[in-house]
Design a protein around this ligand. Structure first.
Ligand code: CLF
Ligand code: SF4
Length: 507
């Protein structure tokens, strides 16, 4: 059988493997994140926010230790330049057998990046997140980074976007990140002490000027804190990476984690320094030693009371592809990719079916099921107009089961009117924009059977029906959790017809 096949047998086999797969305790404790959110101990509004956060991380392999057994990530190496020089980094060195940040085999243009992303998404249906993590700093290359993110956002609505940055110019880019639906950002912060910073960074380049020593450290730290505050205000889930450098910042990291807690950081990833002379880094050549695993564990322990600790990081290369811990980048060299083979609507359908099988532990492949898209502001209620949604949450419903299976990100169809009636005052250009955005939204909803929102105009209603998606506003302002169990009995006939069609189409 083709290894990329998403046939029913393959899906069931995979789902069974996932259900019975032992957790890799050596790399990760499965309860890593639970201390961050205990829904029994927080106020109702905090519960809503916490649920929304849990849903955001449910399919992110780095933010959820549970998700890293089921979902894959890929990095698009589109950002060559960096605006600082860390003493542990040398981006020139590339060896296929090594895995460390800052290193890539081939640099991509934004267009190549999209092509590669779509190819990987087809071959690895577990792919849930695409990140830009170098080989330099994504935000030191804003044109290439944002062009890539825009292309992916428009063409791949079922993918989460993520970036990893040193934070120097982060605060000026937060609005753009929000507008692109990037809801996971990692900032590498190694210290809040400018004297320690002077031992970690050789220089920074900021607003047209190069700084070194404690002055560089002061500016970098100030910009990093401004950046994570801006992320917190924008509701972006923030993870902080810190490189543990024995004798330099080891005693300081617990103090750093207290400041992170004050700034609503979701997760702290303390990573061991990689420092070997053959890497050609300042630290490697100077003989700076790496921490032992006991030292790493101890610092994580001391910091864990403040912010939940990530313990399953694989210190990925800037072009890593696959599940955490594996790197399949070599299979997807841009020279070997045929642009003609990509039809992302079909890919998305296969991915959705595969991921549904994994999440339902195979039930979606043995019983009738439906995929429901919901327009919801805070995930708890069906409270958005169709035209005001920039993201639809997808649920799989089977007779007695309901599962959150992901999302589809879109550009808002309606540009601000408070109702969904036909807007007769639109000029021709506005009308044509609206039509184009409606057709993109419908394309992004490929594979959805039912769509629930609180209001919907006649034009989109008819367009959805024509695309085989059944709209429904009967459940407006109801709680999502109470509505989902009511849907299968009501639409059992539709589910049965879909099931029969699916069976007839099996090879
Ligand atoms: Fe990549 Fe980083 Fe996003 Fe993950 S990696 S940009 S948050 S999608 Fe993950 Fe790799 Fe560790 Fe990074 S395992 S190095 S933490
Ligand atoms: Fe290297 Fe990243 Fe540091 Fe830049 S910020 S020098 S790319 S490790």
């Amino acid at each position: 059988m083709n290894k990329n096949s998403t046939s029913s047998t393959h899906l069931n086999d995979f789902a069974e493997q996932q259900a019975t797969r032992p957790s890799c305790k050596s790399k990760c404790e499965s309860d890593t994140l639970t201390p961050a959110i205990n829904l029994n101990k927080v106020s109702p509004s905090a519960v809503t926010i916490a649920r929304s956060q849990l849903q955001k991380v449910a399919q992110h392999p780095c933010y959820s230790s549970d998700a890293h057994h089921k979902y894959a990530r890929m990095h698009l190496p589109v950002a060559p330049a960096c605006n600082i020089q860390c003493n542990y980094c040398n981006r020139k060195y590339d060896c296929a057998s090594e895995s460390r940040p800052g290193v890539v085999s081939e640099l991509l243009t934004p267009t190549q990046a999209l092509l590669k992303a779509q190819t990987v998404a087809k071959a690895i249906p577990q792919l849930s997140v695409i990140g830009i993590a170098g080989p330099g700093d994504p935000l030191a290359n804003p044109v290439r980074t944002f062009e890539t993110l825009e292309l992916i956002r428009e063409a791949m609505p079922d993918i989460k976007l993520c970036i990893s940055t040193n934070g120097l110019t982060l605060s000026e880019h937060v609005d753009k990140l929000v507008s692109l639906g990037v809801d996971h950002v990692t900032v590498t912060i190694n210290t809040l002490d400018e004297v320690i910073a002077a031992q970690i960074y050789k220089w920074i380049y900021y607003q047209g000027k190069r700084y070194s020593g404690v002055q560089a450290g002061r500016i970098l730290i100030e910009r990093q804190i401004a950046g994570i505050k801006a992320l917190s205000m924008a509701g972006i889930l923030t993870k902080i990476n810190s490189v543990l450098i024995p004798g330099i910042n080891d005693g300081h990291l617990p103090e750093l984690s207290r400041e992170l807690r004050r700034n609503n950081v979701f997760l702290h990833n303390i990573m061991p320094l990689i420092s070997q002379p053959e890497h050609g880094t300042f630290f490697g050549l100077a003989g700076q030693r790496e921490p032992s695993s006991d030292e790493l564990e101890q610092v994580r322990e001391l910091s864990g009371g403040n912010v939940s600790q990530m313990k399953h990081c694989q210190q990925c290369r800037a072009d890593a592809v696959g599940m955490l811990g594996e790197d399949r980048n070599a299979e997807f060299s841009i020279k070997g990719i045929d642009p003609a083979v990509v039809d992302y609507s079909q890919t998305m359908l296969g991915r959705s079916r595969f991921q549904s099988a994994v999440i339902s532990k195979g039930s979606s492949e043995t019983q009738a099921s439906l995929v429901v898209a919901i327009a919801s502001g805070m995930n708890d209620q069906i409270d958005l107009h169709f035209g005001h949604a920039d993201c639809f949450k997808l649920y799989l419903i089977i007779r007695n089961e309901q599962h959150y299976i992901g999302e589809r990100r879109i550009k808002r169809y309606c540009s601000g009117a408070s109702d969904c009636d036909e807007q007769s005052d639109l000029d021709e250009a506005q009308h044509s924009n609206q039509e184009s955005s409606l057709s993109k939204t419908i394309k992004a909803l490929h594979g959805v059977d039912l769509l629930l929102c609180c209001r919907l105009g006649t034009t989109p209603w008819e367009a959805l029906e024509e695309a085989g998606i059944l709209p429904n506003v009967d459940y407006a302002y109801r709680e999502v959790n109470t509505v989902l169990p009511e849907l299968f009995p009501r639409y059992a006939e539709l589910a049965g017809a879909k099931w029969r069609k699916q069976q007839n189409m099996e090879p």
